[in-house]
Ligand binder design. Structure first.
Ligand SMILES: Nc1ncnc2c1ncn2[C@@H]1O[C@H](COP(=O)(O)OP(=O)(O)O)[C@@H](O)[C@H]1O
Ligand code: SF4
Ligand SMILES: [Mg+2]
Length: 327
Protein backbone atom coordinates (compact mmCIF):
# COMPACT_ATOMS: atom_id res chain seq x y z
CA UNK A 1 0.00 0.00 0.00
CA UNK A 2 1.14 3.49 -0.87
CA UNK A 3 -0.96 5.09 1.87
CA UNK A 4 -2.73 3.44 4.77
CA UNK A 5 -4.81 5.34 7.27
CA UNK A 6 -5.50 3.19 10.33
CA UNK A 7 -8.14 3.91 12.96
CA UNK A 8 -7.67 7.66 12.71
CA UNK A 9 -9.39 9.88 15.28
CA UNK A 10 -9.50 13.67 15.00
CA UNK A 11 -11.36 16.02 17.31
CA UNK A 12 -11.87 19.76 17.60
CA UNK A 13 -12.11 21.62 20.84
CA UNK A 14 -14.94 24.13 20.55
CA UNK A 15 -16.68 26.42 23.03
CA UNK A 16 -19.55 23.94 23.30
CA UNK A 17 -17.44 20.84 23.75
CA UNK A 18 -15.38 18.37 21.75
CA UNK A 19 -16.52 17.80 18.16
CA UNK A 20 -15.54 14.30 17.05
CA UNK A 21 -14.95 14.90 13.36
CA UNK A 22 -13.09 11.67 12.53
CA UNK A 23 -13.93 8.53 14.52
CA UNK A 24 -11.76 5.59 13.54
CA UNK A 25 -11.26 5.98 9.81
CA UNK A 26 -9.36 3.21 8.06
CA UNK A 27 -8.69 3.39 4.34
CA UNK A 28 -5.85 2.91 1.90
CA UNK A 29 -4.79 3.61 -1.65
CA UNK A 30 -2.23 1.90 -3.86
CA UNK A 31 0.03 3.38 -6.48
CA UNK A 32 -1.93 3.86 -9.69
CA UNK A 33 -5.26 3.49 -7.88
CA UNK A 34 -8.10 5.98 -7.38
CA UNK A 35 -10.05 5.92 -4.14
CA UNK A 36 -13.18 8.05 -4.12
CA UNK A 37 -14.20 9.28 -0.67
CA UNK A 38 -17.87 10.08 -0.57
CA UNK A 39 -20.29 11.54 1.93
CA UNK A 40 -22.45 14.54 2.72
CA UNK A 41 -20.93 17.80 3.87
CA UNK A 42 -19.53 17.55 7.41
CA UNK A 43 -18.75 13.83 7.32
CA UNK A 44 -15.02 14.31 7.94
CA UNK A 45 -13.67 13.87 4.42
CA UNK A 46 -11.57 17.03 4.37
CA UNK A 47 -10.38 16.72 7.95
CA UNK A 48 -9.05 13.22 7.19
CA UNK A 49 -7.26 14.65 4.13
CA UNK A 50 -5.80 17.50 6.17
CA UNK A 51 -4.48 15.00 8.72
CA UNK A 52 -2.79 13.03 5.92
CA UNK A 53 -1.24 16.16 4.42
CA UNK A 54 -0.19 17.48 7.83
CA UNK A 55 -2.12 20.74 7.39
CA UNK A 56 -4.72 20.25 10.11
CA UNK A 57 -5.65 23.35 12.10
CA UNK A 58 -3.99 22.47 15.45
CA UNK A 59 -5.38 23.78 17.75
CA UNK A 60 -8.40 23.62 17.74
CA UNK A 61 -7.83 20.26 16.00
CA UNK A 62 -6.09 17.33 17.65
CA UNK A 63 -5.20 13.88 16.38
CA UNK A 64 -6.58 11.69 19.14
CA UNK A 65 -5.34 8.37 17.77
CA UNK A 66 -4.40 6.23 14.82
CA UNK A 67 -1.64 5.88 12.27
CA UNK A 68 -1.03 7.32 8.81
CA UNK A 69 1.43 5.11 6.95
CA UNK A 70 2.89 6.62 3.79
CA UNK A 71 5.27 4.30 1.95
CA UNK A 72 5.47 2.32 5.16
CA UNK A 73 6.40 5.25 7.39
CA UNK A 74 4.07 6.61 10.11
CA UNK A 75 3.69 10.29 9.26
CA UNK A 76 2.34 11.07 12.72
CA UNK A 77 5.74 10.19 14.21
CA UNK A 78 7.74 12.53 11.96
CA UNK A 79 9.01 16.01 12.81
CA UNK A 80 7.38 18.94 11.03
CA UNK A 81 10.50 19.49 8.92
CA UNK A 82 10.41 15.91 7.63
CA UNK A 83 6.73 16.21 6.85
CA UNK A 84 7.33 19.41 4.92
CA UNK A 85 9.70 17.53 2.64
CA UNK A 86 7.07 14.88 1.96
CA UNK A 87 4.49 17.57 1.15
CA UNK A 88 5.04 18.57 -2.43
CA UNK A 89 7.56 15.94 -3.43
CA UNK A 90 5.76 12.92 -1.95
CA UNK A 91 2.16 14.06 -1.80
CA UNK A 92 0.21 17.05 -3.03
CA UNK A 93 -3.29 18.38 -2.66
CA UNK A 94 -5.75 20.00 -5.05
CA UNK A 95 -8.41 22.19 -3.47
CA UNK A 96 -11.88 23.17 -4.58
CA UNK A 97 -11.16 26.86 -4.78
CA UNK A 98 -8.10 27.60 -6.92
CA UNK A 99 -8.50 31.34 -6.60
CA UNK A 100 -7.90 31.29 -2.88
CA UNK A 101 -5.14 28.66 -3.11
CA UNK A 102 -3.07 30.42 -5.77
CA UNK A 103 -1.14 33.58 -4.97
CA UNK A 104 -2.96 36.51 -6.62
CA UNK A 105 0.13 38.72 -6.96
CA UNK A 106 2.38 36.18 -8.69
CA UNK A 107 2.05 35.12 -12.34
CA UNK A 108 1.19 31.46 -12.80
CA UNK A 109 4.59 31.01 -14.42
CA UNK A 110 6.32 32.30 -11.30
CA UNK A 111 4.20 30.08 -9.05
CA UNK A 112 4.77 26.96 -11.10
CA UNK A 113 8.44 27.88 -11.57
CA UNK A 114 8.91 28.30 -7.82
CA UNK A 115 8.24 24.59 -7.38
CA UNK A 116 11.39 23.93 -9.40
CA UNK A 117 13.63 26.75 -8.14
CA UNK A 118 12.82 26.08 -4.47
CA UNK A 119 12.53 22.29 -4.45
CA UNK A 120 14.83 21.32 -7.31
CA UNK A 121 17.37 24.16 -7.29
CA UNK A 122 16.77 24.99 -10.96
CA UNK A 123 17.66 28.29 -12.57
CA UNK A 124 14.79 30.71 -13.22
CA UNK A 125 15.08 30.16 -16.94
CA UNK A 126 14.87 26.37 -16.70
CA UNK A 127 12.05 26.63 -14.19
CA UNK A 128 10.11 28.87 -16.58
CA UNK A 129 10.54 26.29 -19.34
CA UNK A 130 9.23 23.58 -16.99
CA UNK A 131 6.26 25.79 -16.11
CA UNK A 132 5.33 26.12 -19.80
CA UNK A 133 5.75 22.38 -20.25
CA UNK A 134 3.39 21.69 -17.33
CA UNK A 135 0.80 24.13 -18.65
CA UNK A 136 0.93 22.31 -21.98
CA UNK A 137 0.57 19.04 -20.10
CA UNK A 138 -2.71 20.18 -18.51
CA UNK A 139 -3.79 21.53 -21.92
CA UNK A 140 -3.86 25.22 -21.28
CA UNK A 141 -3.86 26.79 -24.77
CA UNK A 142 -1.07 29.25 -25.66
CA UNK A 143 0.92 28.28 -22.57
CA UNK A 144 3.99 30.25 -23.74
CA UNK A 145 2.06 33.51 -23.56
CA UNK A 146 -0.29 32.73 -20.70
CA UNK A 147 2.55 31.77 -18.37
CA UNK A 148 2.94 35.54 -17.79
CA UNK A 149 -0.64 36.03 -16.63
CA UNK A 150 -2.08 36.19 -13.12
CA UNK A 151 -4.58 33.68 -11.66
CA UNK A 152 -7.56 36.06 -11.98
CA UNK A 153 -6.99 36.25 -15.75
CA UNK A 154 -7.94 32.57 -16.14
CA UNK A 155 -11.39 31.00 -16.15
CA UNK A 156 -12.42 28.71 -13.27
CA UNK A 157 -11.72 25.58 -15.32
CA UNK A 158 -8.29 26.84 -16.46
CA UNK A 159 -7.38 27.78 -12.88
CA UNK A 160 -8.26 24.27 -11.76
CA UNK A 161 -5.90 22.99 -14.47
CA UNK A 162 -3.18 25.21 -13.03
CA UNK A 163 -3.83 23.65 -9.60
CA UNK A 164 -3.45 20.21 -11.16
CA UNK A 165 -0.18 21.35 -12.77
CA UNK A 166 1.10 22.61 -9.39
CA UNK A 167 0.21 19.30 -7.77
CA UNK A 168 1.94 17.32 -10.53
CA UNK A 169 5.07 19.47 -10.66
CA UNK A 170 7.27 17.42 -8.34
CA UNK A 171 5.78 14.11 -9.50
CA UNK A 172 4.30 13.07 -6.16
CA UNK A 173 3.26 9.46 -5.51
CA UNK A 174 -0.03 10.57 -3.93
CA UNK A 175 -2.48 13.33 -4.81
CA UNK A 176 -5.51 14.24 -2.73
CA UNK A 177 -8.12 16.15 -4.74
CA UNK A 178 -10.71 17.67 -2.41
CA UNK A 179 -13.89 18.44 -4.40
CA UNK A 180 -11.71 19.57 -7.35
CA UNK A 181 -14.62 20.30 -9.68
CA UNK A 182 -17.42 21.31 -7.33
CA UNK A 183 -17.14 25.02 -8.14
CA UNK A 184 -17.24 24.50 -11.95
CA UNK A 185 -20.00 24.29 -14.57
CA UNK A 186 -21.11 20.77 -15.42
CA UNK A 187 -19.37 20.56 -18.82
CA UNK A 188 -16.14 22.03 -17.48
CA UNK A 189 -16.40 19.64 -14.52
CA UNK A 190 -16.31 16.66 -16.84
CA UNK A 191 -13.30 17.99 -18.77
CA UNK A 192 -11.27 18.67 -15.64
CA UNK A 193 -12.19 15.28 -14.17
CA UNK A 194 -11.18 13.51 -17.39
CA UNK A 195 -7.85 15.31 -17.42
CA UNK A 196 -7.18 14.42 -13.79
CA UNK A 197 -8.04 10.77 -14.42
CA UNK A 198 -5.82 10.66 -17.51
CA UNK A 199 -2.81 12.13 -15.71
CA UNK A 200 -3.39 9.86 -12.71
CA UNK A 201 -3.19 6.79 -14.97
CA UNK A 202 -0.24 8.06 -16.95
CA UNK A 203 1.90 8.86 -13.90
CA UNK A 204 0.55 5.93 -11.85
CA UNK A 205 -0.39 8.27 -9.05
CA UNK A 206 -2.35 7.11 -6.04
CA UNK A 207 -5.35 9.46 -6.08
CA UNK A 208 -7.78 10.17 -3.28
CA UNK A 209 -10.74 11.90 -4.85
CA UNK A 210 -13.03 13.55 -2.31
CA UNK A 211 -16.49 14.36 -3.53
CA UNK A 212 -20.11 14.50 -2.42
CA UNK A 213 -21.23 13.58 -5.94
CA UNK A 214 -21.50 9.85 -6.66
CA UNK A 215 -22.25 10.74 -10.28
CA UNK A 216 -18.67 11.78 -11.04
CA UNK A 217 -16.87 8.77 -9.57
CA UNK A 218 -18.30 5.91 -11.63
CA UNK A 219 -15.85 6.36 -14.51
CA UNK A 220 -12.72 7.33 -12.61
CA UNK A 221 -12.59 5.49 -9.27
CA UNK A 222 -11.38 1.96 -8.52
CA UNK A 223 -12.73 1.91 -4.99
CA UNK A 224 -15.21 3.93 -2.98
CA UNK A 225 -15.12 4.69 0.73
CA UNK A 226 -18.37 6.16 2.04
CA UNK A 227 -18.10 8.32 5.14
CA UNK A 228 -20.78 9.21 7.67
CA UNK A 229 -20.26 11.08 10.94
CA UNK A 230 -16.50 10.61 10.73
CA UNK A 231 -16.60 6.86 10.04
CA UNK A 232 -16.29 4.65 7.01
CA UNK A 233 -19.70 3.05 6.60
CA UNK A 234 -19.00 1.21 3.36
CA UNK A 235 -15.81 0.46 1.47
CA UNK A 236 -15.84 -1.49 -1.78
CA UNK A 237 -14.74 -1.74 -5.42
CA UNK A 238 -16.73 0.79 -7.41
CA UNK A 239 -18.60 -1.82 -9.51
CA UNK A 240 -19.82 -3.67 -6.42
CA UNK A 241 -21.36 -0.49 -5.08
CA UNK A 242 -23.22 0.32 -8.29
CA UNK A 243 -24.46 -3.23 -8.58
CA UNK A 244 -25.90 -3.21 -5.06
CA UNK A 245 -24.99 -1.08 -2.05
CA UNK A 246 -24.40 -2.92 1.24
CA UNK A 247 -25.28 0.03 3.46
CA UNK A 248 -28.56 1.98 3.57
CA UNK A 249 -26.66 5.27 3.56
CA UNK A 250 -24.81 4.37 0.35
CA UNK A 251 -28.14 3.32 -1.08
CA UNK A 252 -29.61 6.71 -0.18
CA UNK A 253 -26.72 8.46 -1.93
CA UNK A 254 -27.13 6.28 -5.04
CA UNK A 255 -30.84 6.94 -5.18
CA UNK A 256 -30.33 10.66 -4.98
CA UNK A 257 -28.29 10.82 -8.22
CA UNK A 258 -30.36 12.31 -11.05
CA UNK A 259 -30.84 9.71 -13.80
CA UNK A 260 -31.50 10.43 -17.45
CA UNK A 261 -33.98 7.59 -17.76
CA UNK A 262 -36.09 8.94 -14.91
CA UNK A 263 -36.52 12.52 -16.03
CA UNK A 264 -39.43 14.26 -14.37
CA UNK A 265 -39.58 11.88 -11.43
CA UNK A 266 -39.03 13.41 -8.06
CA UNK A 267 -35.52 12.88 -6.84
CA UNK A 268 -35.07 10.81 -3.70
CA UNK A 269 -33.36 12.60 -0.82
CA UNK A 270 -32.11 11.06 2.41
CA UNK A 271 -34.38 12.51 5.08
CA UNK A 272 -33.02 14.46 8.02
CA UNK A 273 -29.55 15.87 8.57
CA UNK A 274 -26.15 14.47 9.53
CA UNK A 275 -25.65 14.36 13.31
CA UNK A 276 -24.20 17.08 15.47
CA UNK A 277 -20.61 15.95 16.04
CA UNK A 278 -20.77 17.12 19.65
CA UNK A 279 -23.52 14.54 20.27
CA UNK A 280 -23.22 11.60 17.91
CA UNK A 281 -26.22 9.27 18.43
CA UNK A 282 -25.55 5.99 20.28
CA UNK A 283 -25.58 2.71 18.36
CA UNK A 284 -25.43 3.19 14.61
CA UNK A 285 -24.94 6.93 14.03
CA UNK A 286 -27.19 6.70 10.96
CA UNK A 287 -30.17 5.21 12.83
CA UNK A 288 -32.26 8.42 13.18
CA UNK A 289 -32.35 8.68 9.37
CA UNK A 290 -32.30 5.04 8.35
CA UNK A 291 -35.40 3.49 6.75
CA UNK A 292 -34.16 0.02 7.85
CA UNK A 293 -33.40 0.86 11.50
CA UNK A 294 -34.47 -1.53 14.27
CA UNK A 295 -34.02 -1.64 18.05
CA UNK A 296 -30.50 -3.09 17.96
CA UNK A 297 -29.43 -0.14 15.77
CA UNK A 298 -30.19 2.30 18.59
CA UNK A 299 -27.88 0.54 21.05
CA UNK A 300 -25.15 -1.41 19.24
CA UNK A 301 -22.47 0.29 17.16
CA UNK A 302 -22.06 -1.78 13.98
CA UNK A 303 -18.46 -2.85 13.32
CA UNK A 304 -17.23 -2.85 9.72
CA UNK A 305 -18.56 -6.29 8.75
CA UNK A 306 -16.69 -8.22 6.06
CA UNK A 307 -19.05 -8.50 3.10
CA UNK A 308 -16.31 -9.95 0.90
CA UNK A 309 -12.49 -9.92 1.08
CA UNK A 310 -12.51 -6.53 -0.68
CA UNK A 311 -15.66 -5.08 0.81
CA UNK A 312 -16.86 -3.89 4.21
CA UNK A 313 -20.12 -2.46 5.54
CA UNK A 314 -20.90 -0.97 8.94
CA UNK A 315 -24.54 -2.06 8.96
CA UNK A 316 -25.99 -4.85 11.10
CA UNK A 317 -28.32 -5.66 8.22
CA UNK A 318 -25.93 -5.39 5.27
CA UNK A 319 -27.06 -8.71 3.85
CA UNK A 320 -30.67 -7.60 3.72
CA UNK A 321 -29.64 -4.30 2.17
CA UNK A 322 -27.76 -6.14 -0.60
CA UNK A 323 -30.56 -8.63 -1.27
CA UNK A 324 -33.29 -5.98 -1.35
CA UNK A 325 -31.71 -3.85 -4.01
CA UNK A 326 -33.22 -3.81 -7.46
CA UNK A 327 -31.22 -0.76 -8.71
N1 LIG B 1 -11.14 24.24 11.94
C1 LIG B 1 -12.16 23.61 12.53
N2 LIG B 1 -12.59 23.97 13.75
C2 LIG B 1 -13.62 23.32 14.36
N3 LIG B 1 -14.29 22.30 13.82
C3 LIG B 1 -13.91 21.89 12.61
C4 LIG B 1 -12.84 22.52 11.90
N4 LIG B 1 -12.70 21.88 10.70
C5 LIG B 1 -13.63 20.92 10.68
N5 LIG B 1 -14.36 20.91 11.81
C6 LIG B 1 -15.45 19.98 12.16
O1 LIG B 1 -15.28 18.78 11.46
C7 LIG B 1 -16.45 18.45 10.72
C8 LIG B 1 -16.08 17.72 9.46
O2 LIG B 1 -15.52 18.64 8.57
P1 LIG B 1 -15.00 18.25 7.12
O3 LIG B 1 -13.99 17.17 7.19
O4 LIG B 1 -14.54 19.55 6.53
O5 LIG B 1 -16.30 17.72 6.38
P2 LIG B 1 -16.44 17.31 4.86
O6 LIG B 1 -16.82 15.87 4.86
O7 LIG B 1 -17.56 18.17 4.36
O8 LIG B 1 -15.16 17.59 4.16
C9 LIG B 1 -17.15 19.78 10.53
O9 LIG B 1 -18.54 19.61 10.41
C10 LIG B 1 -16.80 20.52 11.79
O10 LIG B 1 -17.70 20.17 12.83
S1 SF4 C 1 -27.12 -0.60 11.41
FE1 SF4 C 1 -29.33 -0.23 11.43
S2 SF4 C 1 -29.57 2.00 11.46
FE2 SF4 C 1 -27.46 1.54 10.86
S3 SF4 C 1 -27.51 1.54 8.66
FE3 SF4 C 1 -27.82 -0.58 9.29
S4 SF4 C 1 -30.04 -0.85 9.43
FE4 SF4 C 1 -29.64 1.36 9.34
MG1 LIG D 1 -14.79 19.00 2.64
Amino acid sequence: MLLEVRDLHVEFRTRDGVAKAVNGVTYGVDAGETLAVLGESGSGKSVTAQAIMGILDMPPGRIAGGEILFQGQDLLKLKEEERRKIRGAGMAMIFQDALSSLNPVLTVGDQLGEMFTVHRGMSRKDARAKAVELMDRVRIPAAKERVRQYPHQFSGGMRQRIMIAMALALEPALIIADEPTTALDVTVQAQVMDLLAELQREYRIGLILITHDLGVVADVADRIAVMYAGRIVESAPVHDIYKAPAHPYTRGLLESIPRLDQKGQELYAIKGLPPNLLHIPPGCPFHPRCPMARDVCRTDVPPLYEVSPTRGSACHFWRECLDDYDG
